[in-house]
Design a protein around this ligand. Structure first.
Ligand SMILES: *Cc1c(COP(=O)(O)O)cnc(C)c1O
Length: 393
C-alpha cells in the first residue's frame, strides 16, 4: 500500500516537494500515524498550521455541523459564520475590517493591492513602491514572490513584479535611507519564519512605525505564521505594542482548513469598495465556521498560555543541547516558533534521523531546524524530542 502510493505520487503529483518515504494517514492531538501504523510526535504541525493539534473535537464538530447546513454560496451573499469570524478578529485586534481569502499568499496579495490603491485613490499615482526585508517570505504567487527577500524563491520566474525594494531586517537606518516619496508601504514579519526564525526587536518595530508615520507610509505586518497564538500572544505585534495598518493571517487560522485573511484599519480599508477585489471561495461558510471555533477554543482553553510556557521551556532545553553540542550555533524564537541553527548543512540528515525515531521536525535554509509544534504540546513530548536530538547530535 505504502509503496504503491509513493510510486503513484511520483508519477502524478507535481515534483515541487521532496518528501520522506512515509504516507501519513491519520492524526490526533500532537500525534500522527503512517500507513504502517508507526506513530510520530508532530513538531511541524503542517507548518505552523494545526495549532490545536490534529482532529480537535470541537473544530471537527463545528466543521461537520456547518457542512450539514451550508457549504458555499459565494461572496454575493451574507453568511453567518463569516460575519461572526470577522467580528471576533476585529474585536481582538487593532483592525476594523477583514477581507477573507484562501491562503497566505492571497492575503498578502490583498494587502499589496489595498496599500497601492490607497495612494492611487488620493491621486498619488507614483507612490506604489513597497519596502520589504531581506530573508523575508511572503508567498509564491507572482506579487508575493516579488515581495519576498530571497533570490532562490524568484529563480526562473523573471521578470518579477516591479516596485519592491529590500533592506536588511532589524536595521532602522537602512529603512530610513530607503523610504521615499514613492514608498506606499513597508511589509515585514514580526518574526521571520521561512527565512530562518529571525525575531524583530521591539525597539526596531517602534522605529519602523515612527518612520512610516513620519512619511505617511502604510505598515503591513505579515502575521501569517506568527498570528493566532503562535508566539504566546494572539498576534505577535502585541508583544511590542506596535500596531500595523494592515495585517495578514492564514496558517493557524483554520487549524488546517485553507483560509487567509487581510485585516486593516478603517481609514486604509476604505480604499476597497464594491468591486475593488474579490474571491469565489474566500470566507466560505464551512471554513469560517471552523476558524471561528478555532478562535473560541484558543480563548476558552488556556492554549496561548500553554504556548508561552512550553515555548520558554523548549528554548531552555534547546539551550541545554547547545551547551553540550558545538554543532548547535544558536537557539532563537518566540513562543512556539523556535529555530535551532546548526554549524553545517546537516539539517536534512537530522530530519531523517528524527523521522526514523518517530518525530516530525522541519529544516529550513539547509541548516536551521524550525520547531512549530501544536500549541497544546506537553513538557513530556518536548523532553522526548530533546532526548532524541541529544542522542543524534
Ligand atoms: C506560509 C507563509 C506565507 C504563504 O502562505 P501560503 O498559504 O503558503 O500562501 C506568507 N507569509 C508567511 C510569513 C508565511 O509563513
Amino acid at each position: 500500500m505504502k509503496n504503491e502510493i509513493i510510486e503513484k505520487a511520483e508519477k502524478v503529483i507535481a515534483a515541487t516537494y521532496k518528501r520522506p518515504p512515509i504516507v501519513i494517514e491519520k492524526g490526533k492531538g500532537c500525534m500522527v500515524w503512517d500507513t504502517e501504523g508507526k506513530s510520530y510526535i508532530d513538531f511541524v504541525a503542517g507548518v505552523a498550521v494545526c495549532s490545536l493539534g490534529h482532529a480537535h473535537p470541537r473544530v471537527v464538530k463545528a466543521l461537520c455541523s456547518q457542512a450539514d447546513l451550508l457549504f458555499h454560496v459565494s461572496n454575493l451573499y451574507y453568511t453567518i459564520p463569516q460575519v461572526e469570524l470577522a467580528s471576533m478578529l476585529v474585536e481582538n485586534s487593532f483592525a476594523d475590517r477583514v477581507f477573507f481569502c484562501n491562503s497566505g499568499a492571497e492575503a498578502n496579495e490583498a494587502a499589496i493591492k489595498l496599500a497601492r490603491k490607497n495612494f492611487k485613490d488620493k491621486g498619488e499615482n507614483d507612490r506604489y513602491r513597497i519596502i520589504s526585508m531581506e530573508k523575508s517570505f511572503h508567498g509564491r504567487t507572482m506579487a508575493t514572490l516579488s515581495a519576498t527577500g530571497q533570490d532562490k524563491i524568484k529563480k526562473g520566474y523573471d521578470p518579477v513584479l516591479e516596485g519592491f525594494d529590500f533592506v536588511p531586517f532589524n536595521d532602522p537606518e537602512a529603512l530610513a535611507g530607503m523610504i521615499g516619496p514613492s514608498t506606499c508601504a513597508v511589509i515585514l514579519e514580526p518574526v521571520q519564519g521561512e527565512g530562518g526564525v529571525h525575531v524583530a526587536g521591539s525597539g526596531y518595530l517602534k522605529e519602523v512605525r515612527k518612520l512610516c508615520d513620519k512619511s505617511g507610509t502604510l505598515l503591513i505586518f505579515d502575521e501569517i505564521q506568527t498570528g493566532i497564538g503562535r508566539t504566546g500572544k494572539l498576534f505577535a505585534y502585541q508583544h511590542s505594542g506596535v500596531e500595523p495598518d494592515i495585517m495578514t493571517l492564514a496558517k493557524a487560522l483554520g487549524n488546517g482548513l485553507p483560509i487567509g485573511a487581510m485585516l486593516a484599519k478603517e481609514h486604509v480599508a476604505s480604499a476597497f469598495v464594491h468591486g475593488s477585489h474579490a474571491t469565489t471561495f474566500g470566507g466560505t461558510p464551512v471554513v469560517t465556521a471552523a476558524a471561528l471555533e478555532v478562535l473560541k477554543v484558543l480563548s476558552e482553553e488556556n492554549i496561548i498560555d500553554n504556548c508561552d510556557k512550553m515555548g520558554a521551556y523548549f528554548q531552555e532545553r534547546l539551550l541545554w543541547l547547545k551547551s553540550r553540542h558545538s554543532s548547535v550555533l544558536d537557539v532563537r524564537g518566540v513562543g512556539l516558533l523556535i529555530g535551532m541553527e546548526l554549524d553545517k548543512e546537516k539539517g536534512e540528515n537530522l530530519v531523517t534521523k528524527c523521522l526514523e525515531r518517530g518525530f516530525l521536525i522541519n529544516c529550513i535554509q539547509g541548516r536551521i531546524i524550525r520547531f512549530v509544534p501544536p500549541l497544546i504540546i506537553s513538557r513530556e513530548e518536548i523532553d522526548a524530542l530533546i532526548l532524541c536530538l541529544d542522542e543524534i547530535l
